[in-house]
Design a protein around this ligand. Structure first.
Ligand code: EPU
Length: 431
């Protein structure tokens, strides 16, 4: 069992480099299944979700060559199976992208139902199923396996999404890339990783237009032949470090970012009194005055990201006055509030809204992460708190944050990784 021991109270200063985007990587790796040739993918984050997906592809017969720590050659030309029903599929949400990729390539997919973060409430896939059905597939779910079959191959269709869904937009783009004819996805999600997936597929030979708007047109192509692609920087990883500096104080240069993708986060931090300077591919974040209250509502991109909601809530715990946070994407994403309460925060949750009464300081405590972004929020709380925080459940953080502990320690934090194996305690100060 691994825990983080955080000695809080240090401001964060210096420079940090952002890794490739998790939610782009977990869409692009399954997309490689449809390419008849070698895809060289650069700027992959070193996170456990990526490792799990690569293991799944290998089990299916893909050849994967490590070029360097962040660059891989993936060759799926010899993959001959339509089934991805391994146990490890259930560990990650993005395994459901194999439905679109396999259906597009073979006209059939048998895929174990996805797992991933469970922050409360259900995570339906009805919009994915609706889209695949419109594209000529018959889709059944039995014993936890989704089977999607077409009589011949997928055909293009006009699909209107009833909810703006990142996952459905990506899955239907995958299914449509090698389809016969044109697919139009209306009310599509516009997140940066959707544009990144479209750019990846186009650079491999696909014909996709409109990604980044709410109407995406995909003209099916016969095959894709391979090429090179570099994944965009992670918007949420960058936002998490921005929030960390807001909570602890200090001055941080965050490098390898696309400032435009961070605007929705920067505007809220500026309202809270944080200084943010946008440069070409970096941002400087500085906080040296008391934090001010504000109101945040999460929405699909370009709105404030739900994946930053727990982190911003943690910062607002330290702001003067009463702030509110309204969750506009998920039914329930406030499980972390009970853990923050153990550190002295005052948050009241009423349905989809949390009312945060700012407190002058948080106090270190033993706490537990229940999902990836809750985990990031609790790390921020520990960094800003007085005293020692022992954080359990850090495997969630390692699903999506590349070397978080060493990055934090390089900018002045004091975080140790403590593993307990067979009753023995091993403490590592990671630098
Ligand atoms: N929804 C439906 N039906 C569907 C699909 C979604 O009703 O068929 C609803 C969901 O219940 C939710 C809303 O639509 O209320 C949005 O869900 P979406 O499909 O956009 O979420 P997702 O694709 O499952 C991705 C990210 C999440 C992120 C959401 C929203 C990946 C692998 N996951 O999930 O990221 O919260 O989009 O931006 O890309 C994370 O990185 O921590 C994370 C959870």
């Amino acid at each position: 069992m691994t825990k983080y021991v955080i000695n809080g109270g240090n401001p964060l200063n210096g420079e940090i480099e952002i890794s490739g985007a998790k939610n782009a990587a977990v869409a692009i790796i399954p997309a490689a299944l449809m390419v008849d040739g070698v895809c060289r993918i650069e700027n992959l984050p070193e996170i456990s979700d990526v490792k799990t997906l690569l293991s799944i592809l290998k089990e299916m017969g893909a050849k994967i060559r490590v070029v360097d720590k962040r660059t891989l050659d993936i060759d799926c030309s010899r993959v001959g199976t339509t089934a991805a029903t391994f146990d490890m599929m259930r560990r990650i949400r993005a395994s459901y992208y194999l439905i679109g990729a396999l259906l597009g390539r073979f006209g059939r997919a048998d895929v174990a139902m996805p797992g991933g973060c469970n922050f409360g409430g259900v995570r339906p896939i009805d919009q994915h199923i609706k889209g695949f059905t419109a594209m000529g597939a018959s889709v059944h779910v039995k014993n936890g396996i989704v089977t999607a079959v077409t009589s011949d191959m997928v055909r293009g269709a006009a699909i209107y999404l009833d909810v703006v869904s990142v996952g459905a937009t990506i899955n239907l783009m995958l299914g449509a890339t090698l389809a016969k004819g044109m697919t139009i996805i209306e009310n599509a999600a516009r997140e940066p990783h959707i544009v990144d997936l479209a750019n990846f597929l186009n650079s491999m030979g696909a014909d996709i237009r409109g990604a980044g708007t709410n109407e995406i047109k995909i003209r099916g192509v016969k095959c894709m032949n391979g090429g090179f692609y570099s994944i965009i920087p992670d918007q949420i990883e960058a936002g998490t470090y921005m929030a960390a500096v807001a909570a602890t104080g200090g001055r941080l240069c965050i490098r390898n970012v696309i400032p435009k993708h961070l605007e929705c986060i920067s505007v809220k931090l500026r309202e809270m009194g944080v200084t943010i300077v946008d440069l070409d591919d970096s941002v400087i974040v500085q906080r040296d005055a008391p934090l001010l209250k504000t109101h945040v509502k999460t929405l699909p991109y370009p709105g404030f990201p739900t994946d930053m909601q727990p982190q911003i809530a943690t910062v607002l715990c330290l702001a003067e006055g009463t702030s509110t946070i309204t969750e506009g994407v998920w039914d329930n994403r406030f499980k972390y509030v009970d853990e923050l309460a153990k550190m002295g925060s005052t948050i009241r949750v009423d349905g989809r809204t949390a009312v945060v009464e700012g407190v002058p300081y948080l106090t270190g405590a033993p706490i537990k992460a229940s999902d990836l972004r809750a985990g990031a929020a609790l790390v921020i709380a520990g960094l800003a708190a007085r005293g020692k925080t022992v954080l359990d459940g850090v495997q969630y953080i390692e699903r999506g944050y590349d070397k978080m502990v060493s990055k934090l320690n390089s900018i002045g934090a004091d975080v140790k990784i403590v593993s307990e194996r067979e009753g023995k305690k091993i403490t590592k100060k990671i630098v």
